[in-house]
Design a binder for this molecule. Structure first.
Ligand SMILES: C[C@H](O)CC(=O)SCCNC(=O)CCNC(=O)[C@H](O)C(C)(C)COP(=O)(O)OP(=O)(O)OC[C@H]1O[C@@H](n2cnc3c(N)ncnc32)[C@H](O)[C@@H]1OP(=O)(O)O
Ligand SMILES: NC(=O)c1ccc[n+]([C@@H]2O[C@H](COP(=O)([O-])OP(=O)(O)OC[C@H]3O[C@@H](n4cnc5c(N)ncnc54)[C@H](O)[C@@H]3O)[C@@H](O)[C@H]2O)c1
Length: 305
C-alpha cells in the first residue's frame, strides 16, 4: 500500500511542470542552458567549483543576453535592458550542489565529459535531492544508463543533450535510457519545448543522433589534413561553400572544445578499438597536451582573439 501511494505521488509530481532547475557546470554548455532556462521563466541555480568560474559564467551569460536582446528588441532597446535584468534575476549561483538541490525539479549536468566524475556527482546528489527530482545529463557521448547507475532513481534519469551555442541552436536530443520512465521522458520533452527548443527522441546509443554523425566527420577532416591531403583552411572553406555548413570542421572543433572532442573520441575508441571512425588523432592529442583547447583558451587549430 505504502509502495502504491509512493508511486502515485511520484507520478503526480513528475508529471508536474518543471519550474526550478539546477545546472551543474558553468562552462560553455552549462552557462548556455542556464541562460535559456532563465530566459523562459524558470528559476535557475548554476553550480560550479569556484566563485571565480561562476563570475566568468555570469559575464558570459550577460554578454550573450545582450546579443539576444539587440536582435529581439531592435526597435526598443530599453525593453531589451529590462529583459536582461529580468532574466538575470532568475539565476543564482552556488559552489555547493548538495545544498541547492533541495527544492529543485530538475538537475542537469554539464560538467566534464568523464563517466566517473559524472557518476560521483549524481551519486552524491541522489541522497540530497527530493524524491520527485529528475536527473538529466548533457553528456555528448557517454551512456545515460552508465551515469544513472550511481543512483537509485533510474526511472527519473534521462538525457538532455543541448547544442553549442545553446541560445542559438534549436535542437535538444531527449534520451530515454532503458530505465527511464515514460513520465520522466515526457517531462523532459515538455521541458525542452518550454525552453523554445525542438526536441527529438533518442535511444541511449553512443553519440545519440547528431554526435554519432558529426564527431566521426570532424575527426575524418583532421585525419585528411594529417595525411597531407588538404590544409585546414581549405577543408573548412570546402565544407562551408561546398556543403553549406555554417562552420568548417576545424572551426567547429575549436568551437566545441578540443578537450571535449578528445574525451568523446577516446571514450568510443576504448569501447570499440577496431572501429576506424573512432581512431584517435595524433594532431588533436598534441594540441590538447599543449593546452590549446580551442576558442575557450584562445587557441586550438586556429588562434582566436
Ligand atoms: C559536441 C556536442 O556534444 C554537440 C554540439 O554542440 S556540436 C556543435 C553544434 N553547433 C554547431 O554546429 C554550430 C555551427 N555554427 C553556427 O550555427 C553558426 O556559426 C553560429 C550560430 C554559431 C554563429 O552564427 P554566424 O552567423 O556564423 O556568426 P555570428 O555573426 O557570430 O553570429 C550571428 C548572430 O548569432 C547570434 N549569436 C551567435 N552566438 C551567440 C551566442 N553565444 N549567444 C547569443 N547570440 C549568439 C548573434 O545574434 C549574432 O549576431 P551578433 O554578432 O550581432 O551578436
Ligand atoms: N562543448 C560542446 O559543444 C558540448 C555540446 C553538447 C554537450 N557537451 C557536453 O556538456 C558537458 C560540458 O561541456 P562544456 O563544453 O560546457 O565543458 P566546459 O569545460 O566548458 O565546462 C565544464 C564546467 O564544469 C565544471 N565542473 C567540472 N567538474 C565539476 C563538478 N564536479 N561540479 C561542478 N562543476 C564542475 C568546470 O569547472 C567547468 O566550468 C560535457 O559533458 C560535454 O560533453 C558539450
Amino acid at each position: 500500500m505504502a509502495f502504491v501511494t509512493r508511486q502515485f505521488i511520484r507520478s503526480l509530481s513528475s508529471s508536474a511542470a518543471i519550474k526550478h532547475v539546477t545546472i551543474i557546470g558553468g562552462g560553455l554548455m552549462g552557462a548556455g542552458i542556464a541562460q535559456v532556462a532563465a530566459s523562459t521563466g524558470h528559476s535557475v541555480v548554476l553550480v560550479d567549483t569556484s566563485e571565480d568560474i561562476l563570475k566568468k559564467s555570469a559575464k558570459g551569460i550577460e554578454s550573450s543576453l545582450k546579443r539576444v536582446a539587440k536582435k529581439k528588441f531592435a526597435e526598443k532597446p530599453e525593453d531589451g535592458e529590462a529583459f536582461i535584468q529580468k532574466v538575470l534575476k532568475n539565476i543564482s549561483t552556488s559552489t555547493d550542489a548538495a545544498s541547492v538541490v533541495q527544492g529543485t525539479d530538475l538537475v542537469v549536468d554539464a560538467i566534464v565529459e568523464n563517466l566517473k566524475v559524472k557518476q560521483d556527482l549524481f551519486g552524491a546528489l541522489d541522497k540530497a535531492a527530493p524524491e520527485h527530482t529528475i536527473f538529466a545529463s548533457n553528456t555528448s557521448s557517454l551512456s545515460i544508463a552508465d551515469i544513472a547507475s550511481s543512483t537509485a532513481r533510474l526511472d527519473r534519469f534521462g538525457g538532455l543533450h543541448f547544442f553549442n551555442p545553446v541560445p542559438m541552436m534549436k535542437l535538444v536530443e531527449v534520451i530515454k535510457a532503458p530505465g527511464t520512465s515514460q513520465q520522466t521522458f515526457d517531462a523532459l520533452l515538455e521541458f525542452s519545448k518550454a525552453l523554445g527548443k525542438h526536441p527529438v527522441s533518442c535511444k541511449d546509443t553512443p553519440g545519440f543522433i547528431v554526435n554519432r554523425l558529426l564527431v566521426p566527420y570532424m575527426l575524418e577532416a583532421v585525419r585528411l589534413h594529417e595525411r597531407g591531403h588538404g590544409s585546414k583552411e581549405d577543408i573548412d572553406v570546402a565544407m562551408k561553400l561546398g556543403a553549406g555548413y555554417p562552420m568548417g570542421p576545424f572551426e567547429l572543433l575549436d568551437y566545441v572544445g578540443l578537450d571535449t572532442s578528445k574525451f568523446i573520441i577516446d571514450g568510443w575508441h576504448e569501447k570499440d578499438p577496431d572501429n576506424p571512425l573512432f581512431a584517435p588523432s595524433p594532431l588533436l592529442n598534441k594540441l590538447v597536451a599543449e593546452g590549446k583547447l580551442g576558442k575557450k583558451t584562445g587557441e586550438g587549430f586556429y588562434k582566436h582573439k
